[in-house]
Design a protein around this ligand. Structure first.
Ligand SMILES: NC(=O)c1ccc[n+]([C@@H]2O[C@H](COP(=O)([O-])OP(=O)(O)OC[C@H]3O[C@@H](n4cnc5c(N)ncnc54)[C@H](O)[C@@H]3O)[C@@H](O)[C@H]2O)c1
Ligand SMILES: O=C(O)C[C@H](O)C(=O)O
Length: 308
């Protein structure tokens, strides 16, 4: 069966997500933006790469939501990125307005889709999409944990000079400065990293993970990371389209899990054809629970500002 994925926003993250999705032949892709010409140009360019990539994915760039009709998944990357000196939270009001515009139009044409939200500040934007869409919580998923844990995995693999394939890492909480990389549940070939990296060094790697987005912004100056973020969103798209039942850290609307109610926060989720099919609850120590609560409190403050 052919799948259809719409990517809203044809900027850095959106166009690169379209690239990964099409070149992995996961689906036909519609790339949509408010800017005229850019999605059309990038979409056509990507389509013309398909013969070389030996892929039969169709790619269409457009400004017309009618072209997005009946998408299985809609990945929302529309929104402004931060610049050096800004926090993701500084994007709140601008991206809230963009999210309102986008969700309304997506709903009109793809009422049965699954939404993957990428725009920042991530947890608050996922909550906005959830509240405005009226979708059940399994169909509105925020992308952050796959990216944050990929960064943690990269730093662990570099530190220990092992294959990234050996490393699994666990990051909980909101996608902000208070995210919670959990060393205790991060492993190298099944060995907890707490056995392999001494505590002071480990804390440095954890802090680098928390600052991972800002580190890239500092280099790029005009915007933020997009290769790893779009690869992360693509892994979620793949898990859903292939009904893989893959456990990935995602921002999900919690209804009592981890003692948190009525809020999007990053937790381990099983992704399959229905979207989030299970939220996996693990036992946390008192310190870990407190760190998660602190992270959730900062998300709560943001959603309070926009009233969603
Ligand atoms: N969740 C994460 O981990 C993560 C990672 C990277 C980036 N982001 C966020 O993703 C967003 C996009 O980042 P980027 O680097 O691609 O930015 P970008 O500026 O390159 O692209 C954003 C695109 O959104 C489009 N857009 C704006 N308003 C729109 C609307 N109403 N409808 C359709 N399109 C609209 C713009 O025209 C632009 O092309 C930012 O908010 C960024 O902070 C999140
Ligand atoms: O850091 C940003 O603003 C973009 C994104 O959230 C990231 O973590 O790369």
């Amino acid at each position: 069966m052919r799948h259809k994925v719409t990517v809203v926003g044809s900027g850095n993250v959106g166009a690169t997500a379209a690239h990964w999705i099409a070149s992995k032949e996961l689906a036909d892709v519609v790339l949509i933006d408010i800017i005229e010409g850019v999605p059309q140009g990038k979409g056509l360019d990507l389509l013309e790469a398909m013969p070389i990539e030996k892929c039969d994915s169709h790619v269409l760039g457009t400004n017309d939501y009618a072209d997005t009709a009946n998408s299985d998944i809609v990945v929302i990357t529309a929104g402004i990125p931060r610049k050096p000196g800004m926090s993701r939270d500084d994007l709140l009001n601008t991206n809230y307005k963009i999210m309102k515009d986008v969700v309304g139009k997506v709903l009109q044409y793809s009422p049965n889709c699954i939404l993957i939200v990428v725009s920042n500040p991530l947890d608050a934007m996922a909550q906005t999409a959830f509240k405005l869409s009226g979708f059940s919580r399994n169909r509105v998923i925020g992308m952050a944990g796959v990216l944050d844990s990929a960064r943690f995995r990269t730093f662990i693999a570099e530190e220990l000079k092992v294959s990234v394939e050996n490393v699994t890492a666990f990051v909980l909480g909101g996608h902000g400065d208070t995210m919670v990389p959990l060393a205790r549940y991060s492993t190298v070939a099944g060995i907890p990293i707490t056995e392999l990296i001494e505590p002071t060094r480990l804390e440095q790697l954890i802090q680098r993970t928390r600052d991972g987005g800002a580190e890239i912004v500092k280099y790029l100056k005009t915007g933020s990371a997009f290769y790893a973020p779009s690869a992360a969103a693509t892994e979620m798209v793949e898990a859903i389209l292939k009904d893989k039942k893959k456990i990935l850290p995602c921002a999900a609307y919690l209804e009592g899990e981890y003692g948190i109610n009525g809020l999007y926060v990053g937790v381990p989720c099983k992704l399959g054809s229905k979207g989030i099919e299970q939220i996996v609850e693990i036992k946390l120590t008192a310190d870990e629970q407190a760190a998660l609560q602190k992270s959730a409190d900062s998300v709560k403050e943001l959603v309070g500002v926009i009233g969603v």
